[in-house]
Design a protein around this ligand. Structure first.
Ligand code: C5P
Length: 413
């Protein structure tokens, strides 16, 4: 909760400014007091009236307004806040912040700040990638400014790439983190699987897959950031062990299942691993050799255990919330609904992994959250925008915290 926290929200000129309206609503719901500074260009995108209605406060805009100064000097405006948030932060405002320019109310307030500053950049991909912006961002980060986003995705200008402002839920999570409000997974035990499994053919060869482990590792890290005690059971990946997480490295599906069962009891289980469906019935004890004149070796495959289904089916120590993933290349919605029912899990995050999406090994993903309702037959679907894997993890961890708080006992009754 952000009860009693005072946020000074600076809204600069970008098409993403409309998302700041939703951010204000979410901040208010959590008990924060929000005061807005709207730049002249920001006012081209959202009106003082809508910002004022949502924040239930006066909107500040002009440095040289005698009435504003009489009511609330710009220094006090800055000092009265617990956190300054710039959303959207345009390339121009970022450049001014990096150079310490103070030529309007927003920049003056930022220069006068003695509290943390959080920026949510939003701009065209070329502007974001421009060496000047890179330099300005590096400067601001070195100065201690906190940044959330931008995300990768389609832009209002028709281009595609990094530059979309982070979603309000992710900005909110960053605000809570900046204010030390960790947001609610304290005392929760989370079990997360991540990465591929390697199923041996012989001592040197294996059956594997292209999972990078990025999503599972990001989820483990996000849950830990919200205060959960996390055990991460990971197949072979190049990802480093997340800080503050107990990481158990395994190779095969059977080892992964054993490690998961040993990590029980847990309150939540999130199965993000790409577990091999089959293994070689009997791995050769010695390296298979090419022998001329002999027929080629045939691999006999057997089914691997399904870790998600096994955890969902546990009787006495079933986690309160079991979450699976579905990577689909076709008929996403139907397959996701079928999988949710078949695996017996509570939530399923599905995404399209057809090669064109670059989801495998990439840094961003478009997720659809399928939630099994308590009556067992209904499913609600939430379509998330294209987000970085880190932002997906943050959003999921936040959703879990809310679900655990609002329900005692199993999340799906
Ligand atoms: O059946 P499919 O592989 O598409 O299901 C994906 C979901 O099931 C993921 O959450 C994955 O981690 C989990 N899974 C598992 N054990 C398996 C196969 C999949 O936990 N053997």
């Amino acid at each position: 909760m952000l009860q009693g926290k005072r946020i000074l929200l600076i809204v600069a000129g970008g098409i993403a400014a409309y998302k700041s309206l939703d951010l204000i609503r979410r901040l208010k719901e959590r008990g924060a007091a929000v005061r807005c500074v709207l730049t002249a260009s920001g006012a081209e995108f959202v009106t003082p009236l809508s910002l004022g209605a949502l924040s239930e406060d006066k909107i500040y805009g002009d440095l040289f307004s005698l009435t504003d100064e009489a009511e609330m000097g710009h220094i006090r405006l800055s000092r009265d806040a617990d956190l300054l948030v710039v959303a959207p932060a345009t390339a121009d405002l970022i450049a001014k912040m990096a150079s310490g320019i103070a030529d309007d109310l927003a920049t003056t307030v930022l220069l006068a700040a003695d509290k943390k500053v959080l920026i949510a950049p939003a701009m065209n991909v070329r502007m974001w990638e421009h060496v000047a912006t890179r330099r300005n961002i590096a400067r601001l980060e070195a100065d201690g400014v906190i940044r959330v986003g931008p995300e990768i995705g389609a832009m209002a200008c028709g281009e595609f790439g990094a530059g979309r402002m982070a979603e309000p839920a992710d900005i909110l999570a960053a605000i809570e983190a900046a204010l030390g409000d960790t947001g609610g997974l304290e005392g929760v035990r989370a079990l997360v699987t991540s990465g591929p499994t390697y199923e041996p053919i012989d001592p040197v060869r294996f059956i594997g897959n292209r999972s990078s482990g990025k999503q599972g590792h990001a989820i483990a890290a996000a849950c830990a950031r919200l205060g959960a005690g996390v055990t991460l059971v990971s197949g072979p990946t190049a990802e480093p062990d997340p800080p503050g997480v107990t990481t158990i490295r395994v190779e095969t599906a059977r080892q992964m299942l054993d490690a998961c069962e040993s990590a029980l009891p847990a309150d939540i289980a999130i199965c993000a691993a790409a577990v091999a469906d089959w293994r070689v019935a009997e791995a050769a004890p010695e390296k298979l050799k090419k022998v001329s004149g002999k027929s080629e070796p045939k691999l006999e495959l057997v089914r691997n255990p399904d870790i998600l289904a096994s955890l969902s089916a546990r009787k006495n120590d079933r986690p309160r919330l079991v979450i699976g993933f579905a990577a689909e290349t076709e008929k996403l919605e139907q397959n996701a609904r079928d999988k949710l029912a078949r695996k017996g899990c509570d939530w399923l995050l599905a995404n399209d992994v057809s090669p064109a999406t670059g989801a495998f090994g990439g840094d961003a993903n478009t997720m659809h959250l399928f939630v099994a309702e308590p009556n067992g037959s209904d499913v609600t679907v939430e379509h998330w925008p294209r987000l970085s894997k880190a932002a997906i993890a943050a959003r999921l961890a936040e959703r879990i915290a809310v679900a655990l708080k609002t329900k005692s006992g199993p999340v799906r009754a």
